[in-house]
Design a protein around this ligand. Structure first.
Ligand SMILES: Cc1ncc(COP(=O)(O)O)c(C=O)c1O
Length: 373
C-alpha cells in the first residue's frame, strides 16, 4: 500500500487552530495573526478594474506582471534606498509561498535550517517539507535572535538560517547592528540568510533594517508580502527577491507548483504599493497605541513582558495553567510552546483586535493571573 511521505508525516497541523476550536463563540480572540483593518480602497479598486476590463482573466508571466514587480522594486528604492531589478522578484501566493520557494530551492535532504525558537510555525514545517533538518535556536532575554547564536550553530550541513524582524510571535525587532552581523555571517560562512520581512512596516521604535542592505555576496534572500502591511491576508500576495541565479532556481519551483500568483491579487498589490501609504501609517499608529495598552495592562497584572517593538504581538511570561485559565474565562491566546519548545512558559497575544475588546481582555487576564498565582 502507498504510505504517506516521511517529509509530510513529520508535520502536524498548527496547534493554533486547536486553541481557536476550544474557544466559545463569544470569546475575545487574541489569537489572530492578521490586522483587523479593511484592505485599502485603492487596492481593492485595482483588482476590480483589472477584473472588469478582462486583464485578470489569463495566466500572467510566471514571475508576475511586470508592473507589480516594478512597483516592488520601487518600494525597496523608496523605503531602503536599495536597488532591486524587477527581474529578480517573483510574486508569490503570500509570504508563505515565498518561504516555501526559498527553502525548496536551497535545502538538500538532511541539510540544516537554523531558525528562531520561539518562531513562526512555518519555519519548522517548511524545513521538513523540503526534507531538511530543523535547527531551532533560542533567543536573548529580550526575545531577539543573537547573531552569535546563529554563528555557533552553523555546521558543514547548514543550508540556511532564517531571520524574522519584526517577529512573530514575539514582536521583537532586530537592531541594525544585528542585521549587519547576519549579513556578515551569510557572507563569511557562505550560507543563505532568508530574511522574513512580512512585518517590515509595523515598527514602533526606530526602523526596520534588512540584511540585504549589508551583504556583500548574494547570500541574502528577502521574503515579504502585502498581507500584513496592507491588511491583505486573504488576497494571498507576497514576493521573494534575490540574485538572478537564486530567483531562477526558485522560479522552477514556483512555475510548476503555482504557475503564477493570482492575477486579481497582483493588480490589487500593484495598486496598494503605488497608491497612498496613509492607511499603513494609520494602522501602525493604532497598533502602537494598543501595544502600549497591552504592555501596561500585562505589567499591572504582574506579568513580565519584553517590550514588543513591532508587528502586533506581545509575548508575556506566564505562570503554569495561565493559558487554560484565560481560555476558560473567554479569551483566546496561543500558548508559547506552539512556536517551539523554548516558547514554553510564554503566551502569544495578538492585539489586532478592537481597543474596547482588548481592554475587556486585559481585565480578564488580570483576574486569571490572580487565580493561578
Ligand atoms: C513571520 C511570518 N512570515 C510569513 C507569514 C506568511 O504570511 P502570508 O499570509 O503572506 O503568507 C506570516 C503569517 O502569519 C508570518 O507571521
Amino acid at each position: 500500500m502507498t504510505e504517506f511521505a516521511r517529509r509530510v508525516e513529520q508535520v502536524s497541523i498548527s496547534g493554533i487552530r486547536e486553541v481557536f476550536e476550544a474557544a466559545g463563540d463569544d470569546a475575545i480572540n487574541l489569537g489572530l495573526g492578521q490586522p483587523d483593518f479593511p484592505t485599502p480602497a485603492h487596492a481593492r479598486r485595482g483588482a476590480i478594474e483589472a477584473i472588469e476590463s478582462g486583464r485578470a482573466d489569463a495566466y500572467t508571466s510566471n514571475k508576475g506582471i511586470r508592473q507589480l514587480r516594478e512597483a516592488i522594486a520601487a518600494k525597496y528604492d523608496r523605503d531602503y534606498d536599495l536597488e532591486v531589478d524587477p527581474e529578480d522578484v517573483i510574486a508569490t501566493s503570500g509570504g508563505s509561498e515565498a518561504l516555501h520557494l526559498a527553502l525548496e530551492a536551497h535545502v538538500d535532504p538532511g541539510e540544516e535550517v537554523i531558525f528562531p525558537d520561539p518562531g513562526f510555525v512555518s519555519y519548522d514545517a517548511l524545513t521538513h517539507i523540503a526534507d531538511g533538518t530543523p535547527k531551532p535556536v533560542g533567543l536573548r532575554e529580550d526575545l531577539t535572535l543573537d547573531p552569535a547564536t546563529v554563528e555557533e550553530n552553523i555546521t558543514e550541513d547548514t543550508a540556511a538560517f532564517i531571520v524574522n524582524s519584526p517577529a512573530n510571535p514575539t514582536g521583537a525587532v532586530q537592531s541594525e547592528a544585528d542585521m549587519r552581523e547576519f549579513a556578515r555571517i551569510a557572507d563569511e560562512h557562505d550560507v543563505l540568510c532568508i530574511s522574513d520581512e512580512v512585518y517590515e512596516h509595523i515598527v514602533f521604535e526606530g526602523e526596520h533594517h534588512s540584511p540585504l542592505k549589508f551583504a556583500e555576496t548574494d547570500n541574502v534572500v528577502v521574503v515579504s508580502a502585502c498581507s500584513k502591511t496592507y491588511s491583505m491576508t486573504g488576497w494571498r500576495l507576497g514576493w521573494v527577491l534575490g540574485s538572478n541565479r537564486r530567483i531562477e532556481r526558485m522560479l522552477r519551483v514556483h512555475q510548476y507548483g503555482q504557475a503564477c500568483a493570482s492575477a486579481p491579487a497582483q493588480f490589487a498589490a500593484e495598486a496598494a504599493l503605488t497608491g497612498p501609504q496613509e492607511p499603513v501609517q494609520e494602522m501602525v499608529e493604532t497598533f502602537e497605541q494598543r501595544r502600549d495598552l497591552v504592555l501596561d495592562g500585562l505589567t499591572d497584572a504582574g506579568l513580565e513582558v519584553p517590550t514588543p517593538e513591532g508587528a502586533f504581538y506581545a509575548m508575556p511570561k506566564v505562570p503554569d495553567g495561565w493559558c487554560d485559565e484565560v481560555l476558560e474565562r473567554g479569551v483566546v491566546v496561543v500558548p508559547g510552546d506552539a512556536f517551539g519548545t523554548n516558547g514554553e512558559g510564554y503566551a502569544r497575544l495578538s492585539y489586532a483586535t478592537g481597543t474596547e475588546e482588548l481592554k475587556d481582555a486585559l481585565e480578564i487576564m488580570a483576574d486569571a493571573t490572580q487565580a493561578v498565582r
